[in-house]
Design a protein around this ligand. Sequence first.
Ligand SMILES: Cc1ncc(COP(=O)(O)O)c(C=O)c1O
Length: 400
Amino acid sequence: MSEDDARRRDAEDPGHRALFLVPPAQGGRYQECAYFAGNSLGLQPRAAKEALLGDLDDWATLAVEGHVEARRPWTAYHSLLTGPAARLVGALPEETVVMNTLTVNLHLLMVSFYRPRGERTRILVEESAFPSDSYAVRSQARYHGLDPDVEVIRTADPLGHLAAEGDKVALVLLGGVNYLTGEVLDIPGITRAGHAAGAKVGWDLAHAAGNIPLELHEWGPDFAAWCSYKYLNSGPGALGGVFVHQRHLDDPSIQRFEGWWSTEPETRFLMEPIATPPKSADAWQISNPPIFAMSPIRVSLELFDSIGMPALRARSLRLTAYLEGLLGEHTVVTPREPERRGCQLSLRVPDADGLSRRLSRKHGVIADSRNPDILRLAPTPLYSTYHDCWRAAEALRAEL
Ligand SMILES: Cc1ncc(COP(=O)(O)O)c(C=O)c1O
């Protein structure tokens, strides 16, 4: 397939690259880099800076009055993110809140949903769980006075483990899209199996949010959490999102770590320890949220809202299939069936770190590597192009 063919496809199926700032290439013959690391850190939407400067201006001109007088009053700013975040993951607005960062949120959700009792003490995670999730679940087991080497079960077959020893599982916590292989797990099926076994089920959707369509309310997990710096393009360390299923929102017995933002706004300043948690995921908030961290998320979620996940998924399927076709001779460890993957393709290569460096320095192709032998390429439907895919394939041909 030729460069002309890639250009022709871009003309027919242009995506939304113009809305983003694409970094210059460090090497090769093209001005802009071919960016495939949106599964790690998404590109900056052009509108982010203005949004952030606008919020900074409110601070300059209003100072403390900004809590109520800002053009987007700070006391309610987080609620501007709730609707679009909920639509993105197929949740009800009351099931959704944007707050903190991902691992912090997983901990707060495990406070509520990992309640080991009697024989039911185990946490099931995937074989190749993301390191932060491993640390989180192991420390949760220790926090309950349990031995993480016994209680944390890493498995490549969660359904098999649930069928065999589900009565010992307190919590199933898996990545909806595996960070290493790009495989999409059967979120509704595993959720059903976890519940049938009597366990709670939560999902780490870091690699799923903004990548694949999600229907969290319908699929029914107890909770989910995701970050906004990957496919959601909201900047390094951006705040994450949280989903708590509706059936838990009005449960007075649920355990939570609380602060003044866990309670209804009217009771926030009562000087007695009276907590009236809202019947929404807002009850999982603790502190007053960082306004300037929310400006880029607002811009980014508006983009997802206006374009819509169905259109993005459709373009993602076309782009990823095109890249897969170009990578014919390489070993792709990502599932071949489009419905079992998002946009990421993971390749098994020799010296992944060195290759990733050469791709960037010599060809302006930004991929990322997971030692020792995985190279990850994520053509994201918002800003990646067919020409980017063609460049990646050419660069790999030259380097391997
Ligand atoms: C699957 C997954 N889980 C957890 C994390 C950790 O996220 P954070 O640093 O926001 O807690 C990441 C970060 O890339 C991730 O990919």
